[in-house]
Each structure stands twice: as C-alpha cells, then as structure tokens.
Write a protein that binds this ligand. Structure first.
Ligand code: SF4
Length: 64
C-alpha cells in the first residue's frame, strides 16, 4: 500500500496517534491535538540537559 500523502512524505500515518497528545496545532503532523507522525524525536534544549519538561522540545516539528 502506498501511504504517501500530498506532501510526498511517507512518514505520516493515515490516522493520528492517540498515544501522543500534542497541542502544537501549527505543526504539519498535528491532527486534532494528536501527533500523526510515525515516530518523533524529542531533544533537550539549551545545554542539552533538561531539568523540567520546559527544557524539552520536539525536533520532528514542521511548520504547516
Ligand atoms: S511532530 Fe512533534 S510537534 Fe508535531 S504534532 Fe508530533 S509531537 Fe507535536
């Protein structure tokens, strides 16, 4: 089955992932406050060591 979408991106699932709630609604992968990417990568910000969740960010984010 070809799961390529109009953006030519094979990494986006047909349905969003109910295990990953995300409120970054301007992300290409965001679908009704859930993530639709097959996988995401989250990295620590700044010096690379997160002290709280505020120090983390999704590197998979793509602006719509
Ligand atoms: S790729 Fe990251 S920022 Fe985008 S919807 Fe998924 S979890 Fe949110």
């Amino acid at each position: 089955m070809n799961n390529m979408n109009n953006h030519g991106d094979a990494n986006k699932m047909h349905a969003h992932n109910h295990d990953i709630k995300c409120n970054v609604t301007n992300c290409y992968y965001n679908d009704q406050h859930f993530c639709s990417a097959n996988a995401i990568e989250v990295n620590a910000q700044g010096d690379g060591y997160a002290h709280t969740s505020d120090g983390t960010a999704c590197s998979t984010f793509v602006d719509k």
